[in-house]
Write a protein that binds this ligand. Structure first.
Ligand SMILES: Nc1ncnc2c1ncn2[C@@H]1O[C@H](COP(=O)(O)OP(=O)(O)OP(=O)(O)O)[C@@H](O)[C@H]1O
Length: 466
């Protein structure tokens, strides 16, 4: 996986030398020469890690850190300094910096810090543990939405929450809220106070999947230094959600099927059969039925998961939810960013009503967060949204492209045309070229490219050639 870095450093020679070295090591690096330029870049570029020089004219590294943490509390920030003091280091830590390292020519400290940061990110992306503290946030009666589609959906959720064993498959476009709804089911069920473990299937290395999921006994393979409890056992009494299950390799599907059917597991290298009491849920933005018909997904696992299938509708099919959700996100962002924004103005509402939201609720939430950040007054208006969103008349070109008929006109700027040479190219070549083309059309913005491709950003990273 290539991690994306934003390096903010005012000294040109240091900036270029560091960027070059980091690039050589496989990081994707964008640079900015000041805090101001960094904020401008952050509007379109989402780095995994931000590297900030401590001493810069105008906005210092600490100033930038403080503001960035308000915008993106989870972004990992590494402060670089040639002559930092303990006081600076303490201040950086208080502000939420991940690390504070010396700026040396060999970049040794920075390499260590980056290694630790990427290990942490890998772990975070593989597994997310939901704790019981979130019960209030996911309470059924607090879910925003009054469209007929959402009301119908909520009554299904209510029924599902009552039964705490039924396996649920959540389907829907990217960003519609599949994971969010799985949390709602978990927190409103009798298992709500027990763990909910979310497994991001594409990001767990294939060779580790079995031991991560089922655990292993000491010495069962090289590197198995001690006994390890697997994720399913850790969720005992609670719920396990397999996110992006459509990307699970076929051999692992067979193993998972056995556990779901038998409700027992065996650790790697172990002989004991361990009973498990968990509810299984799975989410996907692929059509698993079609994937099963094509042999890309095990039919028996599909039927096993498909005891109840919930399809989360795209936001454009529940237009009445847009404004209430926007107001909810606006209030949340105003508090988080300490901004005095209170009202969603008429022109702001009109922009949102016209837009087609190819990235669904996630895109709405991001748009509102950015608009709140750039709003100086108390009312969000059209001018606070990006020009391309503001300019939409009815349906975005992205949405039009997504809903376009199978054979668009060759001159259509929203379609990608490729030729395929029989016997000379493979399906994988075609996939690489589509990904490269869509990334280029998205100006390198991986989140947007993933949206166009109908996959998550992490899936995109995994599918890209190194
Ligand atoms: N009804 C809702 N109310 C509040 N927030 C929501 C709602 N639905 C979705 N969200 C928010 O929208 C974002 C995207 O939701 P989520 O991650 O659940 O989507 P997803 O369908 O699982 O996406 P992907 O397929 O890309 O994994 C999250 O930040 C989530 O909290």
């Amino acid at each position: 996986m290539s991690w994306q870095l934003l390096l903010v450093e005012d000294e040109p020679s240091v900036r270029e030398a560091f960027a070059l070295r980091l690039n050589d090591q496989g990081y994707v690096v964008q640079t900015a020469d000041s805090g101001e330029e960094a904020f401008a870049l952050l509007r379109s570029f989402e780095p995994d890690i931000l590297i900030l020089d401590l001493v810069m004219p105008n906005l210092s590294g600490l100033d930038v850190l403080a503001r960035v943490k308000q915008m993106s509390p989870h972004l990992l920030v590494i402060l670089l300094t040639a002559r930092g003091t303990v006081k600076d280091a303490v201040e950086a830590t208080k502000l939420g910096a991940f690390d504070f390292v010396a700026k040396s020519i060999d970049m040794e400290d920075l390499h260590h810090a980056l290694r630790r940061a990427t290990e942490l990110l890998t772990l975070q992306r593989q597994v997310r543990l939901q704790s019981g503290h979130n019960t209030e946030r996911y309470a059924l009666d607090r879910i925003t939405g009054k469209s007929p589609a959402t009301l119908a959906f909520l009554s299904q959720l209510r029924e599902l929450a009552k039964s705490d064993r039924v396996t649920v498959l959540l389907q829907g476009e990217t960003g519609t809220g599949k994971q969010y709804m799985s949390r709602v089911i978990h927190h409103n069920s009798a298992r709500g106070q027990k763990p909910c473990i979310e497994v991001d299937c594409p990001s767990i290395p294939r060779e580790l999947f079995e031991s991560e999921l089922f655990g292993h006994e000491k010495g069962s393979f090289t590197g198995a230094l001690g006994r390890k409890t697997g994720l399913i056992e850790m969720a005992e009494g609670g719920t396990v959600l397999f996110d992006e299950i459509g990307d699970l390799p076929l051999p692992l599907q067979a193993k998972l099927l056995r556990v779901i059917e038998e409700r027992t597991l065996r650790r790697v290298g172990g002989s004991a059969t361990i009973p498990v009491d968990v509810r299984f849920m799975a989410a996907t933005n692929r059509n698993l039925k079609e994937a099963a018909a094509k042999g890309e997904f095990r039919e028996d696992l599909y039927f096993r998961l498909n005891v109840v299938t919930l399809t989360v509708p795209p936001l454009r099919e529940r237009a009445e939810d847009i404004i209430p959700l926007a107001e909810q996100f606006m209030a949340r962002s105003a508090v988080a960013l300490k901004k005095p924004v209170r009202v969603l103005g008429e022109s702001g509402r009109a922009v949102l009503r016209r837009y087609a939201f190819p990235g669904n609720v996630r895109e709405l939430s991001n748009l509102i967060e950015r608009a709140v950040l750039f709003c100086q007054g108390d009312s969000l208006e059209a001018e606070h949204f990006p020009a391309d969103v503001e300019a939409h008349q009815s349906m975005s070109p992205h949405a039009k492209a997504l809903s376009a008929p199978a054979s668009p006109h060759p001159d259509d700027p929203n379609s990608v045309h490729l030729t395929f040479q029989l016997g000379k190219q493979s399906l994988a070549d075609l996939e690489d070229r589509i990904i490269a083309e869509v990334l280029q059309r998205s100006d390198g913005n991986k989140t947007l490219a993933a949206k166009h491709l109908g996959i998550t950003r992490w899936m995109l990273d995994r599918r890209r050639k190194p």
